[in-house]
Design a protein around this ligand. Structure first.
Ligand code: GUN
Ligand code: FE
Length: 415
């Protein structure tokens, strides 16, 4: 058993970000037992680890990111999606045919993700099996709860990333078989997006979903261009989400719909029907995708939303940065569209911790029974005004850096 003392902040639900000043969190076998303002007598002989005035918060969840694009972060941010893919992203992904290069990049990626306080993630690899094996193996070794996908692309792609349909299916099945029994890092189906996948391929992936009972991650209505390209998938196709429903790719969860910027009512209805989760990747959408998720409207429609870094359309692995950007973008959206309201800090923090974490079980909060996946943040106070613990967390999301994460815990173990 461990007892930590400090200020404590976590989301109870979407409206309630709770704070405990000068309190104790009791952890038994990596799981939160309780939080106490005064420590009960029964714990009097347990040693207390004291973080003073620093704030203990849940570790973050990144629901959408591309590990192979890590070397491109912060580059080509003046391009828009289709050009950015063709000129910068696809050529980089080709390099992952080299397993040694892949292992090096993925080591740096995983280390940097953890350094930014992210301990649960949903990650794209590339079309290459061996490279993606090294990614999932590394996440498993670190004990990071995650879903990792070998990407599928069998049309509208450069020759060096183009798969034959049957080859794409066979390689995916091999990937599933190889990793299905992992403990922490699980395989997930990852058709890149509708413009690069034939419907035949998607239906075969649907069969693999039925056979192996795995989930799906992809990009959904991420740009006006992509939304229109998706409708060319088959005759009579009405919307992006319909493609995946018709292919049988929404039968098992999790269903991760990255971006979800231009959904029709039918896209919304289908995502909701299958209990999918949309992912807000705020900086990525302004950097290259040029759109803003209708976050307030979707939340008011009962859609689940998580937060993603979307490296390298996004420039940083910090989910805390994306929490702040999600609020900022909701303000801009609300200026132009009256039906979209501004989201609060409590809401945005909930999306990046408890809501995103929900696909992994009890992570992202400190209620009794949740894993103690935690960060201790500090160095954010100043001498001009005293901040409440929630204000320290808000400042961290807007102006924090990796150096403000002083300690990290994964299932109760310091890392
Ligand atoms: N759509 C298809 N591929 C990608 C990608 O790699 N990044 C983003 N942001 N969108 C995509
Ligand atoms: Fe993406």
């Amino acid at each position: 058993m461990e007892i930590y003392h400090g200020d404590i902040v976590y989301s109870k639900d979407i409206k309630n970000l709770v704070e405990y000043k000068d309190s104790y969190i009791v952890v038994q076998d990596g799981i939160v037992e309780g939080i106490y303002e005064t420590l009960p007598e029964r714990y009097s002989n347990v040693e207390i680890i004291d973080f003073g005035g620093d704030v203990i918060i849940p570790a973050f969840t990144d629901l959408h990111t591309h590990a192979p694009q890590y070397p491109n972060r912060g580059l080509a941010m003046d391009e828009v999606l289709a050009n950015w893919l063709d000129k910068y992203t696809f050529p980089l992904e080709e390099k992952f045919k080299d397993e040694t290069y892949a292992r090096d990049v993925y080591t740096a990626f995983v280390d940097d993700m953890i350094a930014h306080g992210t301990m649960h993630a949903v990650v794209f690899g590339t079309i290459h099996n061996k490279a993606t094996d090294t990614l999932i193996d590394q996440l498993e070794r670190h004990g990071i709860m995650s879903y990792v996908g070998k990407v599928n692309m069998d049309k509208n792609s450069p020759k060096y990333l183009l798969e034959d349909t049957q080859e794409s299916i066979d390689k995916t099945e091999l990937f599933l078989q190889k990793h299905i029994d992992k403990v922490y890092s699980k395989p997930i189906l990852t058709p890149r997006f509708a413009p690069t996948c034939s419907f035949e391929l998607l239906k075969e992936l649907g069969n693999l979903m039925a056979k192996y009972k795995v989930g799906l991650q992809t990009h959904i209505v991420e740009s006006k261009w992509e939304k229109e390209e998706a409708k060319k998938c088959f005759d009579g196709c009405r919307c992006d989400m319909q493609i995946y429903e018709d292919a049988g790719l929404l039968e098992y969860g999790p269903t991760i719909a990255a971006h979800f910027i231009y959904p029709s009512q039918e896209d919304i209805d289908i995502l909701k029907k299958h209990n999918g989760i949309a992912v807000q990747c705020a900086d990525a959408t302004t950097n290259v995708i040029a759109g803003i998720m209708p976050t307030g409207l979707l939340l008011d429609n009962g859609i689940n939303i998580g937060i993603g870094s979307d490296i390298s359309a996004g420039q940083s692995l910090g989910i805390y940065i994306q929490i702040a950007s999600a609020i900022r973008l909701s303000k801009i959206k609300s200026l132009y569209e009256k039906e979209n309201r501004v989201i609060s800090f409590a809401e945005a923090f909930y999306l990046g911790t408890k809501q995103g974490g929900s696909i992994f079980g009890n992570v992202g909060s400190f209620e009794k029974g949740y894993y103690f996946d935690a960060l201790v943040i500090g160095g954010l106070e100043d001498k001009y005004q005293e901040l409440k613990p929630v204000e320290v967390v808000e400042r961290f999301c807007y102006a924090g850096e990796v150096k403000n994460i002083k300690y990290k815990f994964l299932r109760g173990k310091e890392i």
